[in-house]
Design a protein around this ligand. Structure first.
Ligand code: NAP
Length: 251
């Protein structure tokens, strides 16, 4: 049986390890190719877009894919939409693997934002020192709030300098440690953190650090409805794939 995993997340990599050990399954991991330093999975991989939904359908058919797993990041909206349409049209099983969102506790000072534009507005008029950990493609939205200082953290260097008058870029890839995050927030005199509600453990340390230091967090909500039927555990997805394999064999 052939499985295509749309990846780019640690959950996808965990699933790849399970798939690599399963018998009778040939699995491929697909990366968008955004980051140069890919964590090589233990299954075959391909890199680059498919050329829209039609391209994805063509790929599924050409490669005789039986199961499509959408294990992309919760904020990767477009590819998830394409996966849903393509699986339906190619009449194959779609399994969605997505980490659960972070949940606010009474100790948190979260300000909800619907999207990046809303987050930029939520910073207010008064100049503030902002820790911006929202992903390099989203930084542009903050050009509309130039009165603030931005400490921008990205995984890889930015291709172009951001259109912000007052910023500094640092690089880092999770998992982050809460003590180090607290030190960073203190040393940079950060007033507010801006983040997407990505969920997962690797980036959670900044949420804990902000909680401990009583620093507000502007939390950008996940896009829409797509994750409703998602499974959160790679093992659960693996079970679903194995059940499908048995059903196909008529067992
Ligand atoms: P996106 O906006 O949903 O997708 C844009 C286009 O990139 C898609 O239409 C598709 O191109 C291509 N693409 C995306 N994921 C792909 C994959 N796994 N394999 C092949 N092509 C893919 O996605 P994004 O937000 O730019 O994220 C890109 C990748 O980075 C995703 O795989 C995601 O898991 C990972 N990632 C995203 C975030 C985030 O915050 N968005 C964070 C961490 C990791 P075609 O239309 O040409 O097929």
């Amino acid at each position: 049986m052939r499985v295509l995993v749309l990846g780019g997340t640690s959950e996808a990599n965990k699933l790849a390890h399970l798939l690599a050990e399963a018998s009778g399954i040939s699995a491929t991991m697909s990366f968008a190719g955004r980051t140069k330093a890919i964590l090589a999975p233990p299954i075959s991989c391909r890199i680059g877009g498919f050329g829209g939904v039609e391209g994805l359908i063509d790929y599924l058919k050409a490669e005789n894919i039986d199961v499509l797993v959408d294990a992309t990041h919760p904020f990767a909206e477009q590819i998830s939409r394409h996966a849903e349409i393509a699986a339906k049209r190619a009449k194959i099983l779609l399994a969605v693997l997505s980490r659960p969102a972070w949940v606010r506790t009474v100790q948190d000072l979260w300000i909800d934002a619907a999207d990046k534009t809303d987050a930029a507005l939520a910073l207010g008029h008064e100049p503030r020192r902002v820790f911006l950990t929202i992903g390099r493609l989203q930084i542009e939205a903050f050009a509309k709030a130039p009165q603030h200082f931005y400490l921008v953290r990205t995984i890889e260097p930015l291709a172009l300098p951001p259109r912000l008058p007052n910023y500094r870029v640092i690089h880092g890839r999770g998992p982050f440690v809460v003590e180090a995050e607290e030190k960073l927030l203190r040393e940079e005199s950060i007033d507010v953190v801006v983040t997407k509600n990505s969920g997962g453990e690797a980036a959670f340390a900044k949420i804990l650090a902000a909680r401990n230091l009583r620093i507000p967090v502007i939390m950008v909500a996940r896009p829409g409805e797509a994750m409703q039927a998602a499974m959160h555990d790679p093992g659960e997805v693996m079970d679903c794939i194995l059940r499908h394999q048995l059903a196909r064999r008529g067992v």
